[in-house]
Each structure stands twice: as C-alpha cells, then as structure tokens.
Ligand binder design. Structure first.
Ligand code: F0G
Length: 352
C-alpha cells in the first residue's frame, strides 16, 4: 500500500526516529501525456498533475514534511500566509497531526474552493486588507515572538518535501525531461524541483532538465528585476510581488541554463481553456501559467521541436470554479421537454 511521501522517500528526507510519519497518502501523482497539445506543438508534452494531491495542490508535499518537523520539535500550532493552497494544506495536515493552524489570507483574493477547504478542515482564518507579500511579512514577524511554527516555503522543510515531485517525474519518465515548465509565485517550487533533480542526478545518474519558470505578467518581479508593490493577475495563486525564494529561483534558472519569463493573463486563460477542452485536464489558472509558458517558448524557439517537456500543473481546476465559469461563454440549454432534448441531441450528433 502506498503510504505517502515520508515513507516513500524516507532516505532522501530529513527524517529521524522522532519524526511523526503523518500522511494523507500525498504524492504519487500521475504524469499525464497530453496527446493533442503534443501534436499541435510538435513536442512530447506531459502534465505532472499535482491537482490530484489530497488537498488538490502540490503544497501537500511540502506541508507533510514541515508539519511533521514542527510537531517533532514540539510545536502545538503552525502559521502561514497564503494565496489559498498553502492554507488548505496547512489546515489539513495540522488537523492530521493534532495541532492548530493559523492561516493569513489576502482579503477577497482567494479562490472559493481554497477558502472552503481552510474552513472545513478547521483552521483559524485571518483575512488582511493587504496582499500575500504583506501577509508573509506579518507571519514572519509573528513567528519570531510567538510559539507557532512558520510553515511557508521560507521553512526549508517545505522545499525538502516538494523536491519529491522531481524524483517522481524522473521515475515516471525513466529519465529527466529536457524541459521542466513551472509557474513561479513565491518561487519555492521551482527551487525545490531543481534541488530534487540535482539529487536524483547525483544518486541515480539521471540527466538534468532546463528549468523554465513562468510568472504572471502583472506579478513578474524576477523577470523585471524589481519588487512589484501591487501585483495583479487573474491567477490569484501566483499574485506575488516579492518572491521569498527569489535568489534560489535565479540559481535554478542559471545552473540549468533555463529561463524565467512572464505570461499575460490572456495567455494563461488560453492555456487554461485549451488543456481542459483538448486534453481533458482541468487545472487552476495559476497552474496554467506553465502551459502558457510552454506555448510561448515553442513559438520563440526556447523549446525545440521533439523535446520532452513536463509542465507542472500545480493545482486542481476545481479550486476556482468562478474563473472556469467566467472564462468561457458556453451556453447552458434549459429544457424540460424530452422530445426537445431528443432533437437537440439528434441534431448535434448528426453534425459530428
Ligand atoms: N501554483 C499554485 C496553484 C500555487 O498555489 C502556487 C503558490 C504556485 C503555483 C507558485 O508556487 O510560490 O512555490 O512559486 N501558492 C502559494 C500559496 C503562494 O499560498 O498557496 P511558488
């Protein structure tokens, strides 16, 4: 039986005899070949579907490790700032480990599914008028004076847990891809993947991919080389103007001979609709930044024909139903008459 990341990758993680082996069976997510997009783009494209983690995002990988270590070190409570997914994962793993979770979120800028999760898992939810960067600053200060463990990705155990996704990609492909495309918000995940690829390379002899990270244009601090005071994007998950792992992300980019570029909200929405409608994978808007970037880089030549590319789909589309409904103009036909339905289908099918 698969029992989660701490057991699966025990030898590669900072686990001691005293680490509680908590688990929601996180990790072990599918690497889905994207046949139609591959054909259209002329590459071998896969989606690492992190939306199938227990709370619907990659955050579970880092959170299981960070919460286990916090408990090992005697914490009774954890705290985080979040654009939504971190708070959902923190709330779930705190419950699992029997500690309390305090989560700080930007008022009105969090997708409904994520808020619902924090509520139902039983977190203490604090909403602030500022953005994620301000929330992170606040919790970093508070964690210095109060008896709470900070579980944002500035906590190194988070990146340790998250690096396991790179291990899985190498195991699933039997090799590292040529390119790993990934959304960049606070820049923890791109840093964690790169660490994971390097460790697997050292231990298992796999190659190293080029790391291609993508920020949303309205929140592209690393691309522009300056803090964005008022970040804005439809992809609220990555609405971050001062990434905490900025330097690590640049190192991942440079060491791997990769790129960090930006994608517009329009490119994000286009990729978001496309991967659902063409290949049947529903991701959240922030996650679609990776695919938007792949499309952009195939056009610009930064990704070459025939290359093997893994796009990380960091979160599940169900997290943000409002964007899905507003991003499409699909008509819902209202009918209560069976004959009307029959004719509707008959006409539709005859056109196929
Ligand atoms: N994709 C999703 C769905 C996310 O929720 C996040 C970050 C990212 C990508 C970016 O990852 O920050 O490691 O570069 N979400 C954080 C949160 C900030 O609070 O849930 P990153």
């Amino acid at each position: 039986m698969y029992e989660g990341l701490l057991k699966q990758y025990k030898d590669y993680l900072p686990i001691t005899d005293k680490t509680p082996m908590i688990s929601l069976a996180e990790g072990n997510t599918p690497l889905i070949p994207l046949h139609r997009l591959s054909k259209e783009l002329g590459i071998n494209l896969y989606g690492k579907y992190e939306g199938l983690n227990p709370t619907g995002s990659f955050k579970d990988r880092g959170m299981v490790m960070a919460v286990a270590k916090a408990v090992e070190e005697g914490a009774k409570a954890i705290v985080c700032a979040s654009t939504g997914n971190t708070s959902a994962a923190a709330a779930a793993y705190a419950t699992r480990a029997g500690v309390k979770a305090y989560v700080v979120i930007p008022d009105g800028k969090i997708a409904m599914g994520k808020l619902a999760q924090a509520i139902i898992y039983g977190a203490d939810i604090i909403s602030i008028p500022g953005n994620f960067d301000e929330a992170l600053k606040a919790v970093r200060d508070i964690a210095k004076t109060e008896a709470v463990a900070l579980v944002n990705s500035v906590n190194p155990y988070r990146l340790e847990g998250q690096k396991t996704a790179a291990f899985e990609v190498c195991e699933q492909l039997g090799q590292a891809p040529d390119v790993l495309a990934i959304p960049v918000g606070n820049a923890g995940n791109i840093s964690a993947y790169w660490k994971g690829f390097k460790e697997w390379h050292d231990k298992k002899g796999t190659d190293l991919p080029r790391m291609h990270g993508f920020e949303a244009e309205g929140a592209a601090a690393i691309v522009k080389g300056e803090v964005i005071e008022q970040p804005e994007t439809i992809a609220t998950a990555i609405r971050i103007g001062n990434p905490a792992s900025w330097k690590l992300a640049e190192a991942a980019r440079d060491e791997s001979k990769g790129h960090i570029d930006s994608v517009t909200d329009e490119e994000i929405l286009n990729a978001y609709r496309k991967v659902a409608a063409q290949d049947g994978v529903f991701v959240e808007p922030g996650s679609a930044a990776s695919l938007a970037g792949v499309i952009q880089h195939v056009k610009s030549g930064k990704i070459k024909p025939g290359e093997t590319v893994v796009a990380v789909f960091t979160g599940n589309g169900l997290k943000d139903p409002d964007t899905a409904i507003n991003a499409t103009d699909v008509e819902i036909s209202k009918m209560s008459d069976l004959e009307e339905m029959r004719m509707h289908l008959r006409n539709g099918v005859s056109e196929l």
